[in-house]
Write a protein that binds this ligand. Structure first.
Ligand SMILES: NC(=O)c1ccc[n+]([C@@H]2O[C@H](COP(=O)([O-])OP(=O)(O)OC[C@H]3O[C@@H](n4cnc5c(N)ncnc54)[C@H](OP(=O)(O)O)[C@@H]3O)[C@@H](O)[C@H]2O)c1
Length: 270
């Protein structure tokens, strides 16, 4: 028997926002391998469907009998109306969500305060903060009614410590941290679990989005050190979800070995 069992995840319904790439996509594949069922949300239909297919193949290859029901649903968490209509789009057999992974999020630009663009400020808050709150509000009453459930929010090292050029992104992730702490306190008298995972540098589509599609600018972020990859954080998500029900990992702060803070990064290969 392996030391780290994922048996508790079998037949669970896991909803992941931002599942079309990066950390969310890797989490989808790992939960599928563990025998969970999945509701996968993101805006890009082609990427989302490809992840749903990869998760389905991973489930089959794992040979696990449990789970394997996968529902990709195109949804923009920044659109309140779309979130309001989400439950009507979830197949009947997946209505009882057990684990909610609030992962959708992004950063745009490195503008200093004074130069921040109104639309970029709004977009980051709408997805990273309001989107996460909307999705949580949609399911938390069900969790309370069923006296079970796990909310896993993807925060950031940037929510613990701000950096220059991250005025809005850091503020959104500090909001995720604060919101997660409020929720944790509100459900302390229930079996509901609340986790915030705070990753450092993870090489995903994140920096490509930040630099508006400029791949070489994105590559420089990770130059000279070995960053985390999506799967590293996905493994942490699955690990916290698979803990016995009396254990809540409230916070998990995970960085590459050569990172100590948002800006204190050692680059041995540079
Ligand atoms: N990479 C890092 O260094 C790092 C570090 C700390 C924390 N994080 C956090 O980790 C999370 C995942 O990021 P990642 O690194 O995996 O980046 P990524 O590869 O760019 O993935 C982000 C995911 O979020 C989805 N998304 C963005 N806006 C959305 C919206 N409004 N509605 C629904 N889905 C949306 C994207 O899909 P669509 O474009 O298809 O919608 C994509 O699937 C984010 O919350 C990010 O802030 C990342």
């Amino acid at each position: 028997m392996s030391v780290f069992s994922t048996q508790r995840l079998e037949n669970k319904v896991v909803l992941i926002t931002g599942a079309s790439g990066g950390i969310g996509a890797e989490a989808a594949i790992l939960f599928a391998k563990a025998g969970s069922n999945l509701i996968l949300l993101a805006r890009r239909a082609d990427k989302l469907n490809a992840v749903a297919e990869a998760a389905s193949a991973a489930h089959k290859a794992a040979g696990v009998q449990a789970g394997g029901k996968i529902a990709p649903i195109v949804l923009d968490v920044s659109d309140a109306k779309q979130v309001e209509g989400l439950k009507a789009k979830i197949p009947a057999e997946l209505q009882n969500v057990d684990i909610l992974v609030n992962n959708a999020g992004f950063v745009l630009g490195v503008d200093k305060i004074g130069d921040i663009k109104e639309d970029e400020m709004a977009a980051m808050f709408e997805t990273n903060v309001y989107g996460l709150i909307r999705i949580t509000q949609l399911f938390i009453k069900d969790f309370k009614a069923r006296a079970s459930g796990h909310v896993i929010n993807i925060g950031s090292v940037a929510g613990r410590e701000a950096y220059a050029g991250g005025g809005i992104y850091c503020a959104t992730k500090a909001a995720v941290r604060s919101f997660s702490q409020s929720l944790l306190r509100e459900v302390v008298d229930t079996p509901i679990r609340v986790t915030e995972i705070q990753p450092g540098l993870v090489e995903t589509g994140f920096s490509v989005v930040r630099f508006h599609g400029d791949q070489s600018a994105a590559d420089k972020v990770y130059q000279g050190l070995e960053p985390l990859v999506g799967k590293d954080v996905a493994e942490e998500i699955v690990w916290v979800a698979a803990r016995p029900p009396h254990i809540n990992i409230a916070e998990l702060f995970v960085m590459p070995v050569n990172q100590a803070s948002p800006t204190l990064v050692h680059r041995p290969g540079k």
